[in-house]
Design a protein around this ligand. Structure first.
Ligand code: IPD
Ligand code: CA
Ligand code: CA
Length: 272
């Protein structure tokens, strides 16, 4: 039961302030030099000191501003507050695109979203290197640096530039690569840019026409998924399921069904 939940706008204001400071820390730490601090699910799933420091900073900032809210973060999991009286839960990916970040490729982001009663209502994705920022509130549209977003106007899947990503598990990657190999003759081209939150924002903006990926966690898709849906994209899984770990497809309505049907035929949500 929600008591005195703030408005999506109020939550976004907090999210933007916290994400900007977090991105500034990530930028500074990158300039000072980063290295792998540990590996997680596989040897290629790395964490740097910056992933941890940035998430810690976000947790501390949220604890100061919104002490009674719950938090879910990639590096530190769930916080101590579980059933927040406000109904608010924050979801943070401190650095989405860690491998890009490690290699100095300017394509990583801080992703911060706020849920109320389990529904994402505000989100911000901020590119650590460029300072580009995408925001959305439920019912309030999606925005990129002051411009309202409405996605691609492409209607032909054969002309569509489709972004995707791969998980860290080699067996999963092999299945994902087979799906891409079968899909690529039917689209303009494929992009693997390396940061799911940014992929969703680029799809929202029409800088790619559509995006799909299997295996995303809540922190990968919470903020970017809202940006995409508020830009008018359909964001869903296969066969009417909601977007989730099995599959996220984000595409303008005209591209959604043809892409969905191809991906279903290729068993894109299957495999390990
Ligand atoms: C990863 C990136 C990547 C996607 C993976 C994610 P991380 O997140 O978003 O593009 O393909 O599925 O796990 O590890 O860089 O935060
Ligand atoms: Ca991520
Ligand atoms: Ca991450």
């Amino acid at each position: 039961m929600t008591r005195s939940a703030p408005t999506p706008r109020e939550l976004l204001t907090i999210a933007v302030e916290v994400a900007r400071d977090a991105a500034a820390t990530a930028y500074r730490m990158r300039a000072e030099g980063v290295s792998v601090a540990a590996t997680k699910s596989t040897v290629t799933d790395v964490v740097t000191a910056a992933d941890r420091a940035v998430e810690r900073q976000v947790l501390d900032a949220l604890a100061a501003l919104r002490p009674d809210d719950a938090v879910l973060g990639e590096e530190y999991g769930e916080g101590e507050v579980r059933d927040a009286p406000s109904g608010v839960r924050w979801i943070v990916d401190p650095i989405d695109g860690t491998v890009n970040y490690l290699y100095g490729l300017p394509h990583s982001a801080v992703s911060l979203a706020a849920e109320v009663d389990g529904v994402v209502v505000a989100g911000v994705v901020r590119n650590v290197s460029t300072g580009e920022e995408w925001t959305a509130t439920a019912g309030g549209g999606a925005w990129h640096d002051g411009e309202r977003l409405s996605g691609s106007t492409e209607t032909d899947l054969g002309q569509a530039l489709v972004a995707t990503g791969f998980g860290y598990d080699p067996k999963r990657r092999a299945h994902q690569a087979r799906v891409v190999a079968e899909l690529i003759p039917h689209v303009r081209d494929i992009r693997r840019l390396g940061a799911a939150a940014l992929d969703l924002c680029l799809a929202a903006q029409g800088r790619v026409d559509a995006y799909f990926e299997k295996g995303l966690a809540a922190w990968d898709q919470a903020a970017g998924g809202l940006v995409a849906s508020e830009a008018g994209l359909r964001v869903a899984g296969l066969g009417g399921l909601p977007a989730g770990p099995d599959l996220v497809i984000a595409a303008p309505p005209a591209l959604f069904t043809p892409l969905h049907d191809r991906l279903a035929a290729l068993d894109a949500s299957g495999g390990p």
